[in-house]
Design a protein around this ligand. Structure first.
Ligand SMILES: Nc1ncnc2c1ncn2[C@@H]1O[C@H](COP(=O)(O)OP(=O)(O)OP(=O)(O)O)[C@@H](O)[C@H]1O
Length: 367
């Protein structure tokens, strides 16, 4: 068996790429491509053996002594060290800022935006705007604190190769122009603000990982904790998409379910420990129920327990809609939204960040 604390490091992933403005007009080359050019080491058999080790480690159950040994030696605090009281938790929750989606309407149904310390799954059909929303969140998390944002950084884990830096640059420009429109005077006064509000700075604060197989994805998530410990200003981790390689390459479905539950538990733990938002983009598939085929999120019902909030993006005629499908404290609701040249905005008014930045919504209880 494999000790969790001694998992093989992920050499391909040790140096994330930054989405710098030096390469705004081409897709960032992949880490795997770079390594391949230099000649990948190790045979297929040794790669398979390493993958099996990682899978075994993921499938270690909480009842296994190895699991607890791994936790203890990783420096985590003892689980039963003490309880937090509910009043402190409420104050903590109310003081949390949310990451604006770019659409005021979408923020409203989410109780203010994407929540830190939680895992949010966003699913939908191809072309509906999942990647656009992922990129928008990677930019919006960086809105400086003096403009109502979190002033954080983003990790973007791209499994599909759909992260286009020229589009990221456009969305950053859109975000900046909305901020300047909404806060014209504060920007004139703030010299630090003038320095921060440049698209190249927004791009430079996105740590980009290109993932080309499920074993790389598992290794990346294992490596994430170490990376986040060294980059404490990261406030969002986006995986686009979380299911792509698992749907393509994984034959043993029972093992896939076990591996994915381990992966989602790890992501939940990371979200809480580092007070950041984890956003999992997911694809949809068709499922035969009650005599007809219906669209459902990929990986089935077992995966559906793995996130705190779920948003489904869909088409209604020519209009894009977002449906809050699962939340521990908010009612189910749907709103239209738009993908514009500037990024995600409200469907009707085209407004978004302007309202979204000043949004002060809190969660409301379902009545
Ligand atoms: N500059 C732009 N201006 C307006 N709309 C745009 C722009 N760039 C992209 N879009 C819209 O975004 C859509 C693509 O969205 P996106 O790549 O997020 O889809 P997706 O849901 O991630 O799909 P997939 O599952 O295939 O990755 C395009 O079809 C287009 O309608």
């Amino acid at each position: 068996m494999v000790d969790l604390a001694h998992l093989p490091p992920a050499p391909l992933l040790s140096v994330p790429q930054k989405a710098t403005s030096e390469t705004p007009l081409r897709r960032i080359s992949t880490i795997e491509d770079d390594t391949r050019d230099g000649g990948a080491s190790g045979s297929d058999a040794s790669k398979r053996a390493a993958a099996e080790q990682i899978l075994l480690a993921w499938s270690a159950s909480p009842s296994s002594s190895l699991y607890w040994k791994g936790m203890a030696s990783s420096g985590d605090p003892p689980i039963l060290a003490g309880a937090q009281n509910a009043w402190d938790m409420l104050s903590d929750e109310q003081s949390q800022k949310h990451i604006t989606t770019g659409s005021g309407d979408l923020n409203n149904i989410l109780g203010g935006g994407i929540h830190c310390k939680e895992v949010t799954e966003i699913g939908g059909v191809p072309g509906v705007g999942k990647t656009q929303l992922g990129i928008q969140l990677a930019i919006n998390v960086q809105i400086p604190v003096e403009y109502g944002g979190l002033g954080g950084k983003a990790v973007y884990i791209d499994t599909e190769g759909s992260f286009m830096v020229e589009r990221v640059y456009q969305i950053a420009e859109g975000c900046i122009s909305d901020i300047l429109e909404h806060f014209p005077h504060s920007h004139e006064k703030s010299s630090s603000g003038q320095k921060q509000l440049r698209p190249e700075h927004f791009l430079a604060d996105i740590y980009y990982f290109r993932i080309c197989s499920y074993t790389e994805q598992i290794a990346a998530i294992n490596y994430l904790e170490k990376f986040l410990a060294e980059h404490k200003d990261v406030r969002i981790v986006i995986i686009d998409s979380v299911t792509f390689h698992f749907r393509q390459d994984f034959d043993d479905l029972a093992l896939r379910t076990r591996v994915l539950s381990g992966l989602s538990l790890k992501l939940m733990k990371i979200a809480k420990a580092y007070k950041l938002a984890v956003v999992l983009l997911n694809q949809v598939t068709t499922k035969f129920t009650e005599g007809s085929f219906q669209l459902t999120l990929a990986l089935g019902d077992s995966w559906s327990h793995s996130c705190t909030n779920r948003v489904i993006l869909y088409w209604n005629g020519n209009e894009r809609y977002a449906h809050l499908d699962k939340s521990p404290s908010l009612p189910v609701a749907s709103v239209p939204y738009a993908v514009t040249g500037k990024g995600i905005r409200d469907a009707v008014t085209g407004k978004g960040l302007r309202d979204a930045v000043s949004s002060n919504h809190k969660r409301v209880r379902v009545t």
